[in-house]
Design a protein around this ligand. Structure first.
Ligand code: BGC
Length: 264
């Protein structure tokens, strides 16, 4: 759907993850979040109906705030799966009933306003390229999120190549995210040295395949980077997301604003 929206300098971004659903009000000119983010745990089972209700609850709460966007402003939503033309084509860490679901229509209907849906890691990558650690970097930047799964965004000269799924590379016979995600660290009760061995294996392989200029680490674990980043030996510079765990929310909001022509 594409209709004219009232002008708005802020847009709501919602980041749907395997463990939490988070939202915030983003100021478009700076990428800053105005006020606190609002988080509700991902319902279990994370069925389309249950997730849509939580997203509505978060949007309703954010709309009561003084910095809320116009009542008809579109909402940017990120989803932890391959998203092609608004439809989910995978569901690694959410309920399998999402596969082939028209995510865009589900949220448009539940919220009663336009939405723009994209992959969560792609959103984080776009936000970092525009406002954060990837600003102005030429060549290939890979943003890798370490969370419930492993997400990836492939950016070349500031342009996103969407739906690159580097969390599902097969390495040593394993789906990479089943060994090197933040949740794999917790599940296997690894200390930082043990986890760094798995990250080293993962990042050396990705580095060999893509020869990026820069790796950016996102996801909740980017807060603990001093515990594992110094242990990694790579040719490529590796740093944490500047927008920290809010990168997905910011990128989702930005993409909605670009899509509905509220910003360039
Ligand atoms: C999914 C990706 C997602 C990542 C992070 C992976 O399991 O396949 O689409 O970006 O988890 O949520």
């Amino acid at each position: 759907m594409s209709k004219k929206h009232s002008s708005s300098s802020t847009v709501i971004g919602i980041d749907i993850g395997g463990t939490g659903i988070k939202g915030g009000i983003i100021e478009l000119s700076t990428g800053n979040m105005l006020g606190e983010r609002y988080r509700i745990p991902t319902p279990s089972p994370s069925s389309p109906h249950a997730v849509a209700r939580v997203v509505k609850e978060i949007v309703d709460e954010l709309m009561t705030r003084p910095d809320a966007p116009a009542h008809d402003a579109p909402v940017g939503i990120t989803f932890p799966a391959i998203i092609s033309h608004g439809v989910a084509l995978s569901a690694a860490n959410v309920d399998k009933s999402w596969i082939d679901a028209d995510v865009d229509s589900i949220f448009t209907k539940e919220l009663g306003r336009d939405v723009q849906v994209m992959n969560d890691a792609d959103a984080a990558g776009m936000a970092e390229a525009r406002y954060g650690a990837g600003q102005g970097v030429k060549g290939t930047v890979l943003l890798i999120t370490l969370g419930t799964g492993i997400g990836s965004a492939f950016i070349h000269d500031g342009i996103l190549v969407p739906n690159v799924e580097l969390g599902h590379l097969e390495i040593d016979g394993f789906d990479a995210e089943s060994r090197a995600s933040a949740s794999a660290r917790e599940r296997d009760d690894l200390d930082w040295d043990e986890y760094a061995v798995r990250l080293q294996r993962y990042f050396s392989h990705v580095e060999f395949l893509f020869s990026p200029e820069l790796f950016i680490i996102g996801g909740g674990i980017s807060k603990r980077s001093e515990d594992y980043l110094p242990k990694l030996k790579l040719r490529t510079k590796i740093i944490t997301a500047q927008l920290k765990n809010n990168a997905g929310i910011v990128g989702g909001a930005l993409q909605a604003a670009v899509h509905f022509k509220l910003t360039k």
